[in-house]
Write a protein that binds this ligand. Structure first.
Ligand code: A3P
Length: 302
């Protein structure tokens, strides 16, 4: 009896797999290369365009968010930043190149990519929409003053390792005693300006805001909200996180494996005098308020 039913069962499974591939394409967008079916498992893994993208902000906690989402069994992430939409040389190579940078996934899995450089690049939103107008976007923000110092600290670290000269933060940030609006790292913290470009092409509901400061203090609630936004069943649990006192941050636990983010995440920040920090906080008051109005919520930033 079972033997006579087997061929019909196999055909049914194959049909089901093909159907979910089609549905996935409809949700994730873009045409697909030929699918290779494995006769043993009836699974079809292949590289797919992302259904969700973490667009920024730089130094906001983008790596932590990506790694934490990756705990979910229905999520696969691109291991490195792809910089497809913001680097012309990459963009010129087209969607086939972009897809080739993605992990292999099952039809039921969601591919997620993160490139923080997307957020502040004005040409990117329309390009992302052209790829897939239904793509889900995640934006992780953090106190803009802290973000700026973190940004400077990263650049400083890179220059020191390459034995290049560097300027103290105070020198870059102040001009004749006032905050210099021309400083690049300061501009990257003007979230309302960059978000305005995204809201020209995407509805607000399509952009989920993650609180980067809350993610540092207590990651689980932020992950629960992200799961909900991504329409994933709740599979990330409190047991996936533990506070590592040596690192001073939460680390991840999954299937008996323990993972902390590398030493480039959570470096001690470069010093800045209390007086300049106050000037910086004052400078950000107005732009922050504009950002809060745009997103319909506020944050307890300095
Ligand atoms: P700092 O290095 O300034 O502390 P990104 O991945 O976007 O570059 O962000 C880096 C920031 O992620 C770090 O900034 C750190 O504060 C933050 N972060 C959030 N959760 C973290 C975690 N669990 N482990 C390490 N860093 C984390």
């Amino acid at each position: 009896m079972l033997r006579t039913l087997l061929p019909a069962l196999s055909a049914l499974l194959l049909l089901q797999t093909q159907l979910s591939v089609c549905l996935r394409e409809l949700r994730g967008g873009g045409p697909s290369p030929p699918v290779v079916y494995s006769a043993s498992s009836y699974s079809a893994t292949r590289q797919r365009l992302p259904g969700a993208v973490i667009i920024g902000v730089r130094k906001g906690g983008t790596r932590a968010l990506l790694e934490m989402l990756n705990l979910h069994p229905d999520v696969e992430v691109a291991k490195t930043e792809v910089h497809y939409f913001n680097v012309e040389e990459h963009y010129r190579q087209g969607l086939a190149w972009y897809r080739s940078q993605m992990p292999f996934t099952l039809p039921s899995q969601l591919t997620v990519e993160k490139t923080p450089g997307y957020f502040a690049a004005p040409q990117v939103p329309a390009r992302v929409r052209a790829m897939n107008p239904a793509v889900r976007l995640l934006l992780i923000v953090r106190d803009p003053a802290e973000r700026l110092i973190s940004d400077y600290t990263q650049v400083l670290h890179n220059r020191l390792t390459r034995h290049k000269p560097y300027q103290p933060l105070e020198e870059l940030l102040l001009h004749k005693g006032y905050i210099d609006p021309g400083y690049k790292a300061l501009q990257r913290s003007l979230y309302h300006q960059h978000l305005a470009h995204w809201l020209e092409v995407f509805p607000r509901e399509q952009i989920h805001i993650v609180d980067g400061d809350a993610l540092i203090r207590d990651p689980f609630p932020e992950l629960r909200k992200a799961e909900k936004f991504l329409q994933l069943p709740p599979r990330i649990s409190l047991d996936n996180f533990y506070y590592n006192t040596t690192k001073g941050f939460y680390c991840l636990l999954s299937a008996g494996h323990d993972k902390c983010l590398d030493e480039s995440k959570g470096r001690p920040h470069a010093p800045l005098s209390a007086q300049t920090f106050r000037k910086l906080c004052h400078y950000f008051k107005k732009p922050n308020k504009m950002f809060f109005d745009m997103v319909g919520r506020s944050f307890s930033w300095c």
